[in-house]
Ligand binder design. Sequence first.
Ligand SMILES: Nc1ncnc2c1ncn2[C@@H]1O[C@H](COP(=O)(O)OP(=O)(O)OP(=O)(O)O)[C@@H](O)[C@H]1O
Ligand SMILES: [Mg+2]
Length: 218
Amino acid sequence: MAKKGLRKGIFITFEGVEGCGKSTHARLIYRYLKRCGYPCIYTKEPGGTKVGRMIRQILLSPKNAKLDDMTEFFLFEASRSQIVSEVVTPALKKKNVVICDRFFDATMAYQGYGNGLDKGIIDKMNRLATGGLKPHLTIVLDIDSKKGLYRASRKNGKDRMERKAVSYHKRVRRGYAAIARKDPRRVKLIATRKKTSETQKLVKREITNVISRYSISG
Ligand SMILES: Nc1ncnc2c1ncn2[C@@H]1O[C@H](COP(=O)(O)OP(=O)(O)OP(=O)(O)O)[C@@H](O)[C@H]1O
Ligand SMILES: [Mg+2]
């Protein structure tokens, strides 16, 4: 497949509650875009950098059940600022498609809607950690919180976030729906279907829309 060029880098993020299928669909899209000939990278938050992976361990280890809400918030933002400067910004400068599994909307949904931290402060911290960088497109995969938690727990046991109460995860889901309503141009909420392939078709439609806007070959 011939290499395809982009007029500029495109930043796409995947969001949603535990087990909604973010990683599954982000990876499928990554492979699809590669097959199409687009320069593309896949990364994830928290993680994606050496420092980020160390922070991820602190955040997700069930051993840290006592992690304070504010500490949790700062650690997510710290991991974010690292991934932006080390991975996302350089790749966008090289006109790549950057696919990121979770980004700043996760902090609004989890720490804001889930934990009740001040949303204005979260907005400011998100801007500080990202230097104002915003995704061109954000896919929120919507699934019943309980169903998602069940799917996620089948993988390798429950991490610290997955151990939180179902009521918390329901607030997170409602948070994502509110985020999508507030910014409908950027954030597309997709109700997941039974079959991965059916959901992937809907995801692909949104991705193709945004890529075609910046593709040199049209
Ligand atoms: N349509 C589907 N039907 C049944 N199982 C699915 C479907 N899509 C994904 N899964 C499974 O659900 C689990 C969670 O999917 P995935 O890891 O992609 O979700 P995630 O949103 O990245 O989860 P996490 O929040 O834990 O990172 C995986 O085991 C995956 O194989
Ligand atoms: Mg995942």
